[in-house]
Design a protein around this ligand. Structure first.
Ligand code: CS2
Ligand code: MG
Length: 402
């Protein structure tokens, strides 16, 4: 088999997505996701201008060799743009290999390790009462684990909190908006939320929380300690993770489990945190971390230290990533949990898929490949529509971490 062509499809059915479609001389095709929220066109160009020409004529079965050709051969290694582009190629090649074998992708990775993958949904509300109501709705929908974010009195907008009763979408149309952040206001409010949640829902419901890189190490340690009585499933991205020593400090003060890694793009970003046992869950995703081939190396390293996976699964990775992630999750021995923010109906229509949510768990489906397709005609009706993540500032105007 040979690669005949590879197309980069940029579309915006509800939000922007970058998809790579590899076409072979035997008519078999494979899809990969290369969506990098707010920087989509950089990856589209990287693929179209620099990667696609190198793929033509290659044997799509040589996934490992093509991966290394793109990683080592470029000289410029790592980084979100490069690794999302490589991820799209890798995912599309695994899709082709599995289709050629006539098997669902998880079978090629080593087969099923579990009947279904535990996922967590996002419950949020402007007030604690609204947030409790959002958790109730998630429980009615069948979720067995829930991430909870709430509005903070005195702050107009808070990360993770959407429109009333709503769906939270991080990117907004047009240039980046700005919102004001106050760590003091946040830190005095969040423990009240979790206290109310435990009072209302009891001790058994797995609850997660995303701090979205807002705290300093000592503030993160304090939050972890304050939340201990409510035993979270995890506290995510407590500090910006460039300074990995920060996690040692946080760890010394709290037994709240720590999750990190949605902005990581290689095993090198994860290595120290895993080897020093400074985290409990690694959140790297198929799309932003070099695809299935690289993600499984990260998972294998993590397994040695009892660190489990908890892949990033926001609306800004496409259903192609979600499908591939669920095959990975079905196989990976040290699976922890998978994030699941359901996509908009327009997105689901453009990307028909075999994966399925039921009673708190997801399954990838049994069709050969990763089970996600693209309706190119429908996709063409949704051209790229610039949208960006917001920017955060402190009350005095200082630019802060988003
Ligand atoms: C997030 C995302 O899902 C998460 O945990 O932190 O919503 C994140 O903000 C976006 O994926 C950024 O593109
Ligand atoms: Mg997050």
């Amino acid at each position: 088999m040979k690669i005949l062509d590879a197309k980069v499809i940029v579309c915006s059915p509800g939000r922007n997505f970058v998809t790579l479609k590899i076409v072979t001389d035997e008519g078999m095709t494979g899809l990969g996701d290369a969506t990098l929220n707010g920087r989509e066109l950089a990856v589209a160009s990287y693929l179209r201008d620099h990667v696609v020409p190198c793929l033509i004529g290659r044997d799509p079965h040589q996934i490992e060799d093509i991966w290394n050709y793109l990683y080592k051969g470029a000289y410029w290694r790592r980084g979100p743009v490069t690794m999302s582009a490589i991820a799209a190629v890798d995912t599309a090649l695994w899709d082709i290999k599995a289709k050629a074998a006539g098997l669902p992708l998880y079978q090629l990775l080593g087969g099923k390790s579990r009947a279904g993958c535990l996922v967590y949904g996002h419950a949020n509300g402007a007030t604690i009462d609204d947030t409790i109501a959002a958790v109730e709705r998630h429980l009615e929908e069948g979720f067995k684990a829930i991430r909870v974010q709430t509005g903070v009195p005195g702050l107009a907008k808070v990360y993770g909190v959407g429109k009333p009763n709503g769906f939270y979408e991080p990117a907004e149309k047009g240039l980046p908006s700005e919102s004001i952040w106050s760590t003091d206001k946040y830190l005095s409010h969040v423990p009240k939320l979790f206290e109310a949640l435990r009072t209302r829902f009891g001790e058994d419901l797995p609850l997660l929380h995303d701090v979205h890189h807002r705290l300093t190490p000592i503030e993160a340690a304090r939050l972890g300690k304050m939340l201990e009585p409510f035993h979270l499933f995890w506290m995510e991205d407590a500090t910006p993770a460039e300074n990995q020593e920060a996690f040692r400090l946080i760890r010394q003060h709290t037994v709240t489990p720590l999750a990190v890694g949605e902005v990581f793009n290689s095993i090198w970003d994860c290595k120290e945190l895993i080897e020093n046992q400074l985290i409990d869950y690694i959140r790297t995703s198929v799309t932003h971390t070099g695809g299935i081939s690289h993600l499984r190396k990260i998972a294998a390293l993590a397994e040695l230290y009892q660190v489990r996976t908890g892949s990033h699964g926001p609306t800004d990775v496409s259903p192609v990533c979600m499908g591939a992630a669920l095959h990975f999750d079905t196989w990976v021995p040290n699976f922890g949990i998978q994030e699941y923010m359901a996509h908009a109906p327009e997105t689901d229509a453009v990307f028909p898929h075999a994966y399925h949510f039921e009673n708190g768990y997801m399954t990838p489906g049994e069709v050969p490949g990763h089970g996600v397709d693209i309706d190119e005609e429908l996709a063409a009706r949704y051209p790229y529509d610039p949208a960006y993540l917001p920017v955060a500032r402190l009350e005095d105007g200082t630019l802060w971490n988003w």
